[in-house]
Every structure is written in C-alpha cells, then in structure tokens.
Design a binder for this molecule. Structure first.
Ligand SMILES: NC(=O)c1ccc[n+]([C@@H]2O[C@H](COP(=O)([O-])OP(=O)(O)OC[C@H]3O[C@@H](n4cnc5c(N)ncnc54)[C@H](O)[C@@H]3O)[C@@H](O)[C@H]2O)c1
Ligand SMILES: O=C(O)C(=O)C[C@]1(C(=O)O)C=C[C@@H](O)C=C1
Length: 360
C-alpha cells in the first residue's frame, strides 16, 4: 500500500493507542519498532502484527510516537529526544498543554517535538484492544507551537494521513479547552450516570435499553488513565462542569415546581436546547448530513446479520451506519440501520419484500 512515511517509526507505549498505530502503519508497509516499559505488552503488540520489537541495533527512526499515560509522557518524550537526536517525536496524550510545559521545564529540544491527539479511542486499554483502522476518518489534532519548523512538523501530517485520519491544527490551549467540552466532560457525565446504577435493583437494570447504553458506554474506561487526563485539564473541565451544573439546577428547579406556571416551558427549553446542540455535531466524514433510521428485527440465529447486510447491499442501498440492540432474554435483536434520506422508503420496501420485519 502506498505510504507517505519512509520509516522506521518507533512506537513507545504499545497499549491501545500504540498498538493501533503500529497495526495501521504495518498494514501500509511502514517498518515499525515497538518498545514498552512492560516487555509483555510490547511482545503482545508484536504478536498481533503491530511491528517488531525494538533492539539496540535498530536503524535510527525517522519518527517516534510516544503513546504512554499522560503523567509520564513528557519524561518519555524527553528521553527519546535525547536518545535519537535526528528523530522527530510526537505523543498522543489526551492533554496537550501539560506535556509541552513539562518538556520546556526539562530543557528538552522541542524544535523536534510536536504533540498530537487522535480523537479516536475505546473504553478498553492495552494491546489486545488495538485495531489498525481505529483512526480512519477521525480528526487528529496537531498541537502547534512556535519552536518547530513547518517542514519538521510535516512528518506528523504524514503519520496522520497514512493512518487515514484528518489532521487539524490548533494551539495547545485551544485543544485543551475543546476536549474539555467534547471529551472530558462527556466522560464524566457518563461516569456519574453509570455510578447511579451501582445499587439499582436487577428488575430496573434489565429494562436498560439503547438510551442508557449510549450514555454509559465510556463509563467502562480505565479510571487510572482518566484520573490523569481530568487532573491535567482541571481548569477547562471545571469551567464546562459549572455550566452543566447550572443547567442541571435549572432542570431540577423546573421539575420541583412542576405544575406551576413556567415550569413546562423551562423543561421544554432544556430539551430543545439539547436538540439544537446535538444537531450541530458533524456527521459522517465531517458533514452535517442527516440519515434516515430504519429498525429491523433480527432473529437470534447464526448468519442473520450477514444476510441483512447482503440484502441491503442487493437493494442497492449504501449502509451509512448500523447499531444492534439485544434485549436481555429476548430471542431477537433490533438492528438500527442508517441510510441516506432518499433511500429509506426503497430500503423498507425491499426488506419487507424479502421477509424482514421492519419496525419503523
Ligand atoms: N484510550 C483512548 O481512547 C485514547 C485516545 C486518544 C489518546 N489517548 C492517549 O494515548 C495514551 C495511551 O493511552 P492508551 O489508551 O493506549 O493506554 P494503555 O494503558 O492501553 O497503554 C499505555 C502503555 O504505555 C506503557 N507505559 C507506561 N509507562 C511507560 C513508560 N514510562 N515507558 C514506556 N511505556 C510505558 C504501558 O505499559 C502501556 O502498555 C495516553 O496518553 C492517552 O491519554 C488515549
Ligand atoms: O470513543 C471512545 O471510547 C473514546 O474514549 C474516545 C475519546 C473521546 O472522548 O472521543 C476518549 C479520549 C481520547 O483522548 C480521545 C478520544
């Protein structure tokens, strides 16, 4: 496969992010060297095909990607910069001001360092969870600063483009503010809602459907990692949390006074503002396209999903996205199929004709 990076690329930290980057680059034919403080994590990443274990005789890397927890990122970047004086170094930590400040304090040569942050991930950690297509189509922030030249920094663009992601340049301050809103507070909101479930009776939990699962997916994330991310971006996160607290207080007050004049309007206002917010999120490939949603009953038998996808393809309809819901104890699931608005009726007719139960 064609690739922009010449390599070798050295990856330090072969957990979820490092392994995913290694898998993506190796698939493109880039030579990848893997290193981790945990030899078994590095060996596992190599076993999965993310690259080969780094050795003392390795050729000097062109680019080094540091994918370790935020609290050790600066120290590892500084040591890589010192050990490989010809190489450009990036990191993928979820916060960008702190590593740059710490590197400057350490006196590191930041003319060869440019931090970055792929806006893609999972609630799982470790090499086992890595996938080579994790970054495909996702934004990947390049956290610019003034001490690196444009041409040195272009290697990071090459890395991002080779992995099928979309480079977005912003300052470290802009980055940290933006992710407080779109990543860090959503993580906390998910966590706090999920924590309410700890004492819930099983009879309540078994009713849980798509809404709760959507809201709580990232509550399964690694507490050790998130503790570091949130504390490293405390100021920006606190600012957004205070806005959220004001909104919560408004809704609580409206519900407390339900039935009194103005309360319905306040509740409706909050719901409409939510509609307006979510409508502003860019859709697939960064567009604002809206898709039609068709629900299809899928029996709990081998091969049913594959048959559904084939039938959708045979109907000449492009599947934009899909989600599967499976209720506890039920003998069937529900596939939520997203297609272009003008393909909805055609798809529903074709699937009904082929014997599928279209639920709306
Ligand atoms: N998890 C996500 O969804 C996500 C998304 C984007 C960015 N990030 C960022 O990527 C980085 C890595 O996250 P992850 O999810 O891959 O974590 P992970 O726990 O899966 O992997 C981290 C790896 O770093 C290794 N490590 C720790 N200290 C080290 C050191 N001093 N030297 C060498 N290796 C060391 C660990 O052994 C582990 O294998 C973090 O900074 C995180 O903020 C995570
Ligand atoms: O989708 C997920 O599971 C994520 O955790 C991804 C996510 C995010 O919030 O978007 C989480 C943290 C990272 O720094 C970047 C991406």
């Amino acid at each position: 496969m064609p690739h922009r990076l010449q390599g070798p690329v050295r990856i330090v930290g072969t957990g979820l992010l490092g392994t995913s980057i290694g898998l993506g680059l190796t698939a493109r034919g880039v030579d990848v060297q893997l290193a981790d403080a945990s030899p078994s994590q590095a060996a596992l990443a190599a076993d999965y095909g993310a690259g080969r274990l780094a050795t003392a005789d390795d050729a000097t890397p062109q680019l080094i990607v540091v994918a370790v927890p935020p609290d050790v990122t600066a120290e590892v970047v500084a040591s890589e910069l010192a050990r490989f004086p010809q190489a450009i170094v990036t990191d993928v930590a979820s916060v960008k001001q702190l590593p740059l400040t710490q590197l400057r304090e350490l006196g590191a040569d930041v003319s060869r360092y440019l931090g970055s942050h792929p806006m893609a991930g999972k609630e799982q950690s470790g090499a086992l969870a890595g996938t080579g297509d994790l970054f495909f189509g996702r934004p990947w922030v390049i956290a610019s600063h003034d001490d690196i030249s444009y041409s040195s920094g272009s290697l990071i663009d090459d890395l991002i483009l080779d992995l099928g992601a979309v480079p977005i340049e912003m300052s470290v301050v802009e980055h940290d503010r933006a992710v407080a809103l779109v990543s860090h507070v959503p993580q906390l909101a998910s966590t706090l809602v999920a924590s309410l479930l700890q004492e819930a009776p099983f009879e309540s939990l078994r009713l849980a459907g798509g809404g709760l699962r959507d809201v709580t997916r990232v509550a399964g994330s690694d507490p050790a990692l998130w503790m570091q991310i949130l504390s490293a971006n405390a100021e920006a996160v606190t600012e957004v949390l205070k806005q959220l607290r004001d909104s919560l207080d408004g809704v609580i007050e409206a519900l407390d006074t339900a039935g009194e004049p103005g309360s319905l309007r306040a509740i409706a206002g909050a719901l409409v503002e939510g509609n307006q917010g979510v409508a502003r999120l860019p859709g697939k490939h960064g567009t604002h396209t809206k898709f039609a949603r068709t629900l299809v009953r899928v029996d709990d038998r081998p091969g049913q999903l594959a048959r559904l996808f084939t039938d959708i393809g045979d109907a000449g309809v492009n599947l934009e996205d899909v989600r599967i819901e499976h209720a506890e104890g039920a003998q069937f699931g529900v596939a939520e199929v997203l297609v272009a608005l003008d393909a909805e009726l055609e798809l529903e007719a074709a699937l009904t004709e082929l014997g599928w139960k279209v639920l709306g």
